[in-house]
Design a protein around this ligand. Structure first.
Ligand SMILES: NC(=O)C1=CN([C@@H]2O[C@H](COP(=O)(O)OP(=O)(O)OC[C@H]3O[C@@H](n4cnc5c(N)ncnc54)[C@H](O)[C@@H]3O)[C@@H](O)[C@H]2O)[C@@H](O)CC1
Ligand SMILES: [K+]
Length: 477
């Protein structure tokens, strides 16, 4: 698990460390890491043209010291000071001593193979301002485009939320210091960071992380293991109430997702039973939730519709004391309030898996640009684990913990992939995996499956279901 910390926690960790090391040590470590990464990005440092965009604070200081290191290796380094009176004095001295040049006016002709964005870092408030906006926009359309390296964070983003309030830098690489920050991994800011590289400057935040990122090792650890004594109920039997005459595909896909999980058996309940059995002969099928044998978790939602039968299915699923995943149509039915009593009376875990439009219906407004904050608020209000889908899927728990999924891919933006995800998630719940871990694991493997499927051409939801098995096999020893 990797942690992601907010600005206040980064600052307090920096202050603790700064009391123990000589002045300027942290900035020297940051600048050394930054210069090393920039050198790798350039074909050749000697003779390369490097442009530093230098703002008023220490972020500009990092850029100046890193520029000095590159200048010493023979790069032609020019610092453009956006607030000439406030540029980091020691950084300026170091750059000048190393042969770097300093400019205070933007000029279209300033050459650049590589641009270092040291306009603003964790001290930022609001979007970029002039003259930075004009300069960043001009560089973004320059041909050939220079390599853009953001110092700590791309300037212009809201570091704590990942919102992008106005103009912002789009980086190829972000070299960040000490720890990851929310804007590098979540919200509309995340894609602006490009490839994120973490430089260890020795800080160790003590606060709980604002966000967590699971890795393959976590997923492997949480995945239930088979033992000599395993049978279907120790592995977990999952109930699937999805699909309908009109949308049998949703039932087939969510069942496929469940079968790729650790489940010992899938029981299907609904009117797409013929199609489900044809695709998956191992499934035991019934017409209704009430007529289904013993299960250990339910998935209700996708393709089930919102008619009387669908409402009965939802009501019956929520009436159990089992963990439940609600998706798609089940979320639509939740909004009318008719299941409110059932929700209120439940103690068992509830996981909901909305995309943005479903989220808006449930929450009374879209997630906006603070996706983590919005997901956490809905999780607390509904006493549910919220898996908010997106290219950086968020998992938010009612206790205030939040995760962001690192494996997402645009290849998954195609109809029916959410059904596969929900099936896998329900399968993990039925196996007794904690609801947050189930959601995080399902998102992780689903993303990986999307990537695997994309290696063979354009991706459809059945491809993702098939690739899920390969993704599971690649992670679970
Ligand atoms: N504190 C530390 O120990 C370390 C800090 N480091 C660097 O220092 C940065 C933080 O430095 P600072 O606290 O000086 O803050 P910043 O350099 O992030 O920015 C603060 C300055 O930028 C101006 N500013 C704020 N919002 C702006 C906007 N939207 N557009 C343009 N200008 C804006 C403010 O007037 C302020 O003077 C980090 O991001 C990192 O790059 C690193 O050197 C590592 C060590
Ligand atoms: K920056």
């Amino acid at each position: 698990m990797r942690g992601v910390w907010r600005v206040a926690d980064v600052r307090s960790a920096e202050e603790t460390l700064m009391r123990e090391v000589p002045d300027g040590t942290l900035m020297q470590r940051a600048a050394a890491g930054l210069a090393r990464r920039c050198a790798l990005l350039l074909d050749r440092v000697y003779g390369a043209r490097v442009l530093l965009l230098v703002g008023a604070g220490n972020n500009g200081g990092d850029a100046l010291f890193a520029g000095a290191l590159l200048a010493r290796r023979g790069a032609h380094v020019t610092a453009l000071l956006l607030s000439p009176d406030r540029a980091h004095p020691a950084g300026l001295t170091a750059l000048r001593r190393s042969g770097g040049r300093v400019r205070t006016r933007w000029d279209e002709r300033l050459p650049a193979d590589l641009v270092m964005d040291g306009i603003v870092g964790i001290g930022a408030t609001g979007g970029l301002r002039e003259p930075a906006i004009g300069i960043v926009e001009a560089l973004a359309v320059r041909a050939p485009r220079p390599i853009m390296v953001a110092v700590d964070v791309p300037s212009g983003v809201d570091v704590d939320t990942g919102a992008v309030p106005g103009a912002a830098v789009t980086a190829d690489v972000t070299v960040t210091f000490g720890c990851l920050k929310p804007a590098l991994v979540a919200g509309p800011a995340a894609p602006l960071a490009g490839h994120v590289e973490l430089v260890d400057i020795g800080i160790a935040p003590q606060a709980a992380p604002a966000l967590r990122i699971a890795g393959a090792a976590d997923v492997a650890e949480w995945w239930p293991r088979l033992t000599a004594g395993s049978e279907k109920y120790t592995r977990g039997v999952v109930g699937i109430a999805t699909g309908s005459h009109t949308y049998p595909g949703a039932a087939v896909l969510s069942t496929a997702g469940a079968l790729a999980g650790p489940t010992g058996m899938v029981r299907y309940a609904g009117t797409a039973r013929a199609e489900v059995l044809r695709a998956h002969p191992s499934v035991v099928a019934a017409d209704s939730v009430a007529g289904t044998g013993r299960v250990q978790a339910w998935l209700c939602g996708s393709g089930i519709g919102t008619d009387e039968d669908a409402r009965t299915a939802l009501h019956d699923v929520l009436g159990t004391d089992l963990p439940v995943v609600l998706d798609a149509d089940a979320l639509t039915m939740l909004v009318d309030g008719s299941s409110a009593d059932r929700l209120r009376d439940r103690d068992a875990p509830l996981v909901i898996t909305p995309h943005d439009r479903e989220f808006a219906r449930l929450a009374g407004g879209g997630p906006g640009s603070d996706r983590v904050g919005a997901a956490l608020a809905l999780a607390a209000r509904m006493h549910a684990v919220v898996l908010l889908k997106g290219d950086r899927t968020i998992v938010a728990a009612p206790d205030g913990t939040a995760w962001v999924n690192p494996t997402g891919t645009a290849a998954l933006a195609t109809g029916g992939t959410g059904d596969v995800l929900a099936g896998l998630l329900a399968s993990l719940l039925a196996a007794g995996v904690d609801p947050v871990r189930s959601a995080v694991t399902a998102a992780y493997l689903h993303g990986l499956a999307g990537r695997v499927a994309a290696e063979h051409g354009p991706v459809t939801a059945p491809d993702v279901a098939v690739a899920l098995r390969e993704a599971v096999a690649s992670i679970i020893p």
